[in-house]
Design a protein around this ligand. Structure first.
Ligand SMILES: Cc1cc2nc3c(=O)[nH]c(=O)nc-3n(C[C@H](O)[C@H](O)[C@H](O)COP(=O)(O)OP(=O)(O)OC[C@H]3O[C@@H](n4cnc5c(N)ncnc54)[C@H](O)[C@@H]3O)c2cc1C
Length: 409
């Protein structure tokens, strides 16, 4: 007999945990399944913006003390640096700090909140196929689970996404805008493959790859160095791995060829126009919801996971079509304008850097450094730097329980 739930959430990253925490908090029977078991590795810079911290309090009832004690929060600073091909463009301080989490601990904490609210956590279950019309998920090794709604939060290589109608999959757009990302965490030192200095403030490096950027972030065990970009041929035709080695050399890493590289795809401008079909709603990377200028994905995973949950709450009362409509309404009011306008801004900057040089980006970052940081933190919109407030749907709000003994400050 097929076990049945009100809602099945596939993938226990930030998007899936947010959806499960909201829905279990409303007393629904929720299964949160994942092919891995927490704490599991996740390639990520772990940068949390101010809007992410707000979202964690609102969706999970988690405060900074909880994040520090159990959520892998290890560093915070208002300082940041912008560089173009190694040359400093701007050294600034934001009004609010940038915070850094270690993703395995962070994701484990979010799942623990969903479980504390009543979700059933099913690690070690790999989704092999999904039937969006029937609300069925087939698992590797046999077995099926059924639900009134399925939330697909299984990341950039989503299997649940394949259950969308072919037209809604937007395959060409997805392939064109799926970025490659490489990130390594290096020990500080002067030897081969070591990073030559301590890193206390996040650095954003532009100029290479042509349609992307590089970063150096404080990491829990040593600096994290990464690049992300669309696979467009660079002017000099170098491949992505070679560009990363160039970047390590530019940063002063000796003999970078010996560094073991780790890569993961990043949706980078391919948010699906119709991320819901039948009983299925896609959230986070699975739906392509990553901000396409700086590649911020954690906030958008939290927001779309919570919005999908609100859509489901609506759909349980008014039917499948209402779930999709409510999800889209919330996306259109909050997330989509940011993705559309950051996409416009990035193409302008990429074009200017390739054709005019670093001047325009220097002018841009120097003209309004405070506004730039407020834009990243979500206090201003990517849309013409207008003030931005984030709206949340049904089921999301203050007063929800966090982890037992936790404190939402
Ligand atoms: C190199 C790199 C650096 C990044 N740095 C940052 C950063 O500093 N700040 C930021 O905000 N964003 C960053 N991002 C983006 C961010 O990591 C993602 O956008 C975010 O993790 C998306 O969350 P998610 O819940 O949608 O997916 P994920 O976090 O990928 O979670 C998906 C979950 O689904 C599970 N899963 C996958 N397939 C299956 C299956 N078939 N069956 C069952 N379970 C499955 C996985 O095990 C995983 O637990 C970075 C991304 C990369 C690649």
């Amino acid at each position: 007999m097929v076990k049945s739930y009100d809602v099945l959430v596939a993938g226990a990253g930030p998007a899936g945990a947010a959806a499960a925490a909201v829905l279990a908090g409303r007393g629904l029977s929720v299964a949160l399944l994942d092919r891995a078991e927490h704490p599991r590795p996740k390639l990520c810079g772990g940068l949390l913006t101010a809007k992410s911290v707000d979202a964690l309090a609102r969706i999970f009832g988690l405060g900074l003390a909880d994040l520090t004690r159990r959520g892998g929060l290890f560093h915070q600073t208002p300082q940041y640096l912008f560089l173009h091909r190694g040359r400093e463009l701007l050294r600034g301080a934001a009004a609010e700090p940038f915070r850094f989490v270690d993703r395995p601990a962070f994701d484990a904490l979010l799942t623990a909140v969903a479980v504390a609210r009543g979700a059933e956590y099913l690690p070690g279950r790999t989704v092999e196929a999904c039937d969006a019309a029937a609300g069925l998920v087939r698992l590797r090794g046999g077995g099926e689970l059924a639900a009134r709604f399925v939330i697909g939060a299984d990341g950039a290589n989503s299997v649940t996404r394949r259950a969308l109608a072919p037209a809604d999959l937007e395959r060409g757009l997805w392939r064109r805008n799926l970025a490659a990302a490489i990130e390594v965490e290096l020990p500080v030192g002067s030897g081969p493959g070591q990073f030559p200095r301590e890193v206390l403030a996040p650095e954003l490096h532009v100029g290479s790859p042509a349609a992307g950027y590089g970063w150096v972030f404080p990491g829990p065990r040593g600096p994290k160095v990464g690049i992300c970009g669309l696979r467009r041929p660079d002017r000099d035709g170098r491949d992505f791995g070679a560009l990363f080695l160039d970047f390590l050399l530019l940063l002063g890493v000796a003999e970078p060829e010996g560094v073991a590289l780790h890569g993961h795809p990043l949706p980078y401008g391919n948010a699906l126009a119709r991320p819901a079909s039948g009983r299925l709603l896609l959230a986070g990377d699975a739906g392509g919801f990553v901000e396409p200028l700086f590649g911020e994905g954690i906030f958008y995973a939290l927001a779309t996971g919570a919005h999908a949950a609100s859509g489901v709450l609506h759909g349980l009362k008014h039917g499948e079509a209402a779930a999709a409509a409510e999800y889209e309404r919330l996306l259109a009011r909050t997330v989509r304008p940011e993705l559309v306008w950051s996409d416009r801004l990035r193409w302008l900057l990429f074009w200017a850097m390739q054709n005019i040089g670093a001047g325009p980006i220097r002018g841009f970052v120097k003209s309004a450094p405070a506004a730039l940081a407020e834009m990243v933190h979500g206090r201003r919109s990517f849309r013409l730097l207008l003030g931005k407030t984030w709206e949340w749907g049904e089921g999301v709000g203050p007063g929800l329980a966090g982890i037992p003994g936790g404190t939402a400050d």
